[in-house]
Design a protein around this ligand. Structure first.
Ligand code: ZN
Length: 134
């Protein structure tokens, strides 16, 4: 499985990309351009999702640095999800997740963050698995 990312603003898909087995790619330029193009942009509606391929939903140093950067850029503790699918079967959407924000410069876990929508899970899973070598 590859890492994949999805950025949503409310129900709108802002960005969706595929990384490689150990790093994720967020299309920062388009996310930033989108935020600038919105009238009355509200960072509270922004959600960052990405998948980890190997069962771990712990954050990496890169994840932490990305989230710190976005928190500063948007001047708001944006919500960041790490999702790990149980297997690479495209019909099975069982997953684990963790969710974080930055508060006072530190990663804070959000246990009771909203559950993921099935459409978002399907998008992330197909990006992560569809191009995998079998
Ligand atoms: Zn990560």
């Amino acid at each position: 499985m590859l890492e994949s990312s999805l950025v949503k603003y409310g129900e709108k898909v802002v960005s969706c990309s595929r990384g490689n087995p150990c790093s994720v790619i967020f299309d920062w330029d388009s996310i930033w351009a989108f935020s600038k193009s919105c009238e009355n942009f509200n960072p509270m509606s922004l959600r960052f999702f990405h998948t980890h391929p190997h069962g771990s939903v712990n954050y990496s140093t890169i994840d932490e640095n990305c989230l710190k950067g976005w928190t500063i850029s948007f001047n708001f503790p944006v919500l960041f999800y790490i999702i790990s699918f149980i297997n690479s079967d495209l019909e099975n959407f069982e997953y684990q997740y963790s969710a974080y924000t930055i508060e006072n410069g530190k990663m804070v876990s959000h246990r009771y963050s909203p559950q993921l929508r099935s459409t978002d899970l399907a998008m992330l899973k197909s990006i992560s698995c569809a191009y995998e070598e079998r």
